[in-house]
Design a protein around this ligand. Structure first.
Ligand SMILES: [Zn+2]
Length: 327
């Protein structure tokens, strides 16, 4: 009988999985002939040398399009997956599930010999207006979860209430004759703000080239309406009248991020706590829904979150380190 080799995981150039063969998830750099699973197209989850990759790059179709057209990854190496459809990689079965973080973002379920390991990537159990849905958490034996906001000090207000405040602010700035400007990440928050303004106002939405490039990639799935403008930084602005010759730099700037709970950046007119990540309670909800008996954390408040899981919930939990753990 063929012996089944168990899975081992560790943090080493991203999340390294070994089960006889190797797979990397959200790797910092590519390694020849080691397949890489990429959860989403934020730059901190894409290998820095992706242009020169000699490995397969496995991602959902929106992430795959971003890898090819924005990050210039070799087209023939990008393998596009559909949510819920499994493939075989490195002797494991791999299935992407909706992560709800940004357009195209996925969690990966890795299965071998009856063991199930789920890696969330960046995740949002509440979803948003420009994602495939809220996180669709499958059950797993072992969970590797992001903990960007893994401290109890991060509890976001009702996100629909925050959205209403954003629209109210944008309309009031326009009514003063000024221009509301959202300083945003080109992928994720940009499409969320565009979708929100499209849905709730008749205002014209203007975006810079970087935002337009990412939004174009999302367009077959999310029908967003926007026009391109030239400006220095990635932004989404809204205007009432014609968009030509708009001096957007003269408008009032806002940001929308979970960090608005604790940071008040200078030179910003408003900071809205709208997040594309799970907050502390959202992370606990994902742990519960996964029914995992063992939890490993990556990014952000790793130690705070694992202490809470161990002390309050009696779950075996630890930050993922360079030491191999057999799962
Ligand atoms: Zn992200």
């Amino acid at each position: 009988m063929k012996r089944i080799i168990g899975m081992k995981i560790r943090w080493n150039n991203g999340i390294e999985v070994s089960n006889g063969s190797r797979v990397l998830m959200d790797a910092k750099r590519t390694v020849e002939d080691v397949p890489i699973l990429i959860t989403h197209a934020h730059s901190d989850h894409v290998p820095r040398d992706v242009r020169r990759s000699k490995s397969k790059l496995i991602a959902t179709s929106i992430t795959g399009r971003a890898l090819k057209s924005v990050y210039r990854a070799p087209k023939e190496l990008v393998v596009a997956l559909d949510f819920g459809k499994e493939i075989e990689v490195g002797q494991m079965r791999i299935t992407p599930f909706v992560a709800g973080h940004v357009p195209g973002s996925a969690m990966f379920l890795l299965e071998k010999g009856g063991r199930r390991v789920l890696y969330t990537g960046d995740v949002n159990p509440r979803g948003g207006l420009a994602v495939e849905g809220p996180a669709d958490v499958p059950e797993a034996d072992v969970l590797i979860i992001e903990t960007t906001y893994g401290s109890p000090k991060f509890r976001f207000p009702n996100q629909n209430f925050v959205r209403a405040k954003i629209v109210e602010w944008a309309l009031s700035v326009v009514s003063e004759g000024s221009i509301p400007i959202f300083s945003v990440y080109p992928l994720g928050k940009a499409q969320e703000i565009i979708a929100l303004l499209n849905k709730t106002t008749k205002l014209k939405v203007l975006v810079t080239d970087e935002v337009a490039r990412m939004s174009d990639i999302c367009q077959p799935t999310f029908r967003l309406s926007y026009e391109r403008i030239q400006a220095l930084h990635p932004m989404v602005a809204v205007v009432k009248g014609p968009s030509s010759n708009v001096l957007v730099e003269r408008g009032k700037t806002a940001i929308a991020t979970g960090w608005a709970l604790i940071l008040r950046p200078r030179r910003v007119h408003r900071a809205f706590p709208l997040s594309s990540h799970a907050d502390f309670d959202g992370l606990l909800e994902i742990v519960r829904r996964s029914k995992a008996k063992e939890v490993y954390t990556v990014f952000g408040f790793s130690n705070d979150f694992t202490s809470y899981l161990r002390m309050k919930l009696g779950i075996k939990a630890a930050p993922l380190t360079r030491e191999w753990v057999t799962v």
